[in-house]
Design a protein around this ligand. Structure first.
Ligand code: DAV
Length: 359
């Protein structure tokens, strides 16, 4: 425990469950459909291709943005009522074109801080993201990054990617059932999204995906150094993008898995309680962009007991109670439409507790 006069770094988080003190909650203001691109297409379930083709480069429907915004405000109130300090990014004009040699794009949103920034201890890392539309996404977080740096945090960034055509496999097609995973990105340069990593003290779990390549994982491994062990797992997921609806450590010795994707629990978790997420209850007609229905797993732990769960997600609420957790309910289905839930929409900047090994 820190005494009042111990200097505290404003950024300090080593895992997914230590008591949460400060968090960034994303915003949906100005959310825009990115221009069509193979890297985006590869992550979209088939039934979303049409919408993305038709609305490329246009704002998402205003009523969807308004509904999601109300739910984000509800999440902020819930977190504050639980004693957590909440910070927000600043809106930017997502329709303003930008680019680099060889390409131009417009933006997406600042809804998912989990994708773009990785906190490991006191290090705040800007990720080299593979989507051109997300190239400048950290802009919305720059005032916070500067403030945290001034307060004593480390501030790093992956090698700025070029995002040239060589990074993408323009011949990419759906992998055949049961075939090996084929990513839409190549090993041209390091890229990764923070959400392809799960922190568990000295052990960090990762997956290769349609946005994270081996080169990116290796960059992070070397950047973090020998204090950390990055374990790369492969799951049964035809559209991998972000590990946080697949493998979610909830507390020491407690692991939540996606029973469809994790057909074999990695050896490392021997002796852990493994909880299988119930089948998602989100109705088939509910619009979801850039995600599968498994957002029921995309929860936020406030400590080893309190877990933020979607208010209508009865199977998940019941399961968490049965497993001995304390669910805190929050409306989030309209936000879910934008491709994430509580874990995606947040970035735990500071949790009490230090670096430990749980294995
Ligand atoms: O279906 O695995 C995970 C969260 C996307 N940001 C999925 C989506």
């Amino acid at each position: 425990m820190n005494t009042p006069d111990t200097p505290v770094c404003p950024v300090s988080s080593f895992n997914e469950w230590d008591p949460l003190e400060e968090v960034i909650v994303g915003i949906v203001d100005g959310a825009t459909v990115p221009p069509s691109h193979i890297a985006l297409k590869a992550t979209l379930p088939e039934d979303q291709h049409d919408f993305f083709r038709k609305h490329a480069g246009q704002p998402f429907p205003a009523e969807r943005i308004a509904a999601a915004k109300r739910e984000l405000d509800g999440l902020v109130h819930l977190l504050e009522a639980e004693g957590v300090k909440v910070r927000r990014p600043v809106p930017v004009d997502q329709l303003k074109p930008f680019g680099a040699p060889g390409w131009t794009s417009t933006g997406l949103y600042a809804a998912m801080p989990r994708d773009v920034l990785l906190v490991v201890g006191d290090d705040l890392i800007e990720c080299p993201m593979a989507w051109r539309s997300r190239y400048h996404e950290t802009t919305s977080y720059r005032p916070l990054l500067k403030e945290y740096f001034r307060g004593g945090a480390r501030w790093s960034a992956g090698p700025k990617p070029e995002l040239r055509d060589e990074l993408y496999d323009y011949d990419w097609t759906e992998a055949h059932d049961g075939g090996p995973f084929r990513s839409v990105i190549t090993e041209f340069e390091p890229t990764f999204d923070a959400a392809d990593f799960m922190r568990c003290g000295r052990d960090i779990f990762a997956q290769r995906s349609n946005v994270t390549n081996d080169f990116g994982i290796e960059w992070l491994r070397r950047h973090l150094g020998p204090e950390y062990r990055i374990h790369v797992f492969e799951f049964d997921d035809p559209h991998p993008m972000h590990i946080d609806a697949t493998l979610v450590p909830l507390a020491p010795g407690k692991l939540l898995i996606n029973p469809e994707r994790v057909t074999k629990v990695p050896e490392l978790f021997k002796g852990w309680d493994v909880f299988r997420a119930p089948t998602p209850s989100i109705p088939a007609e509910h619009t979801l962009y850039m995600t599968s229905k498994w957002l029921n797993m995309n929860i936020l732990m406030l400590d080893e007991e309190r877990v933020v769960v979607e208010r209508q997600d009865e199977p998940m609420i019941a399961a968490f109670k049965k497993w001995g957790f304390k669910p805190l309910l929050c409306d989030f289905r309209n936000f879910n439409s934008f491709g994430g839930s509580f874990h995606c929409a947040t970035l735990d900047v500071r949790r009490r507790g230090g670096l430990k090994s749980y294995f």
